[in-house]
Design a protein around this ligand. Structure first.
Ligand SMILES: C[S@@+](CC[C@H](N)C(=O)[O-])C[C@H]1O[C@@H](n2cnc3c(N)ncnc32)[C@H](O)[C@@H]1O
Length: 233
């Protein structure tokens, strides 16, 4: 089946071999299947809460990735809430991918996983559909450090993809850092669009009779941070 440019980009960000990769909120399981094809992990875990979906994913995996004699099964299917991820061995390398869900849910899931496994070394690749600023702020607060970040446009929507870990010491920037290449048109368009969004939000906030000072200061800070990315002319 055809895999989106966004999921393909995520797959290319998996540079090394892991003991376990968790394709969380996997829906159709296309990303996990691509990671199986690329032989990125000993075990690829497919995780989603919808039972019918997971039955379908299981059936497809049985068909296209059957267990061959004498070989270990390379995949597992879990019909559970991602907040309850059953990560077992602390010594084994673990990459948790959460993509295609809203920023607030994504933050809650990362928080729940870190709270459940405070002693584990974990890596995450995260690609929310909205609220990337809030996601970045939450990741920094959770002491996750940056490994890599990319900006892509797929189907007329922009996505930031963040690879972070509990071990990296590199701070997660609130507006992005190494992903920007403002010589590219896509980056220029994304920056303009994002700035315009926050400027509209600021105008809306200023119209409110009971103006929340904290919100007002935060939006000014966000706008200043994005404006600072613009090349000086
Ligand atoms: C739009 S799909 C994303 C599919 C794929 N990850 C992608 O990026 O294209 C969102 C999926 O998240 C699942 N989901 C939402 N909340 C979840 C949770 N707490 N635990 C597990 N799955 C969840 C939904 O069932 C749905 O299949």
């Amino acid at each position: 089946m055809k895999i989106s440019q966004r999921l393909r980009k995520i797959a290319t960000m998996v540079h090394k071999h892991y003991d376990h990769i968790w394709d969380c909120c996997c829906d159709h399981g296309l990303l996990g299947a691509k990671l199986l094809d690329n032989n990125c992990a000993d075990t690829v875990h497919f995780v989603d809460v919808v039972p019918d979906l997971m039955q379908e994913v299981s059936a497809k995996l049985e068909r296209f990735y059957p267990v061959t004699d004498g070989k270990e099964k390379r995949w597992q299917v879990h019909c559970i809430d991602v907040a309850l991820l059953p990560i077992a061995d602390k010594k084994q390398s673990q990459l948790i991918i959460i993509a295609g869900v809203g920023g607030q849910l994504l933050i809650e899931l990362v928080q729940a996983i870190l709270a459940k496994y405070p002693q584990h070394s974990l890596e995450f690749i995260l690609c929310p559909v909205h609220h990337i600023f809030e996601v970045r702020k939450a990741l920094a607060k959770l002491n996750l450090g940056l490994i890599d970040e990319h900006l892509i446009e797929d189907n007329q929507r922009f996505y930031e993809i963040l690879h972070v870990s509990t071990q990296s010491q590199q701070a997660v920037s609130l507006v992005g850092n190494k992903m920007w290449d403002l010589t590219r048109l896509i980056d220029q368009r994304y920056l303009q669009k994002t700035l315009a969004h926050y400027q509209r939000t600021q105008v809306g906030l200023l119209k409110k009779p009971s103006l929340d000072e904290v919100q007002k200061n935060e939006i000014t800070q966000i706008i200043n941070a994005y404006q600072a990315l613009q090349p000086q002319s």
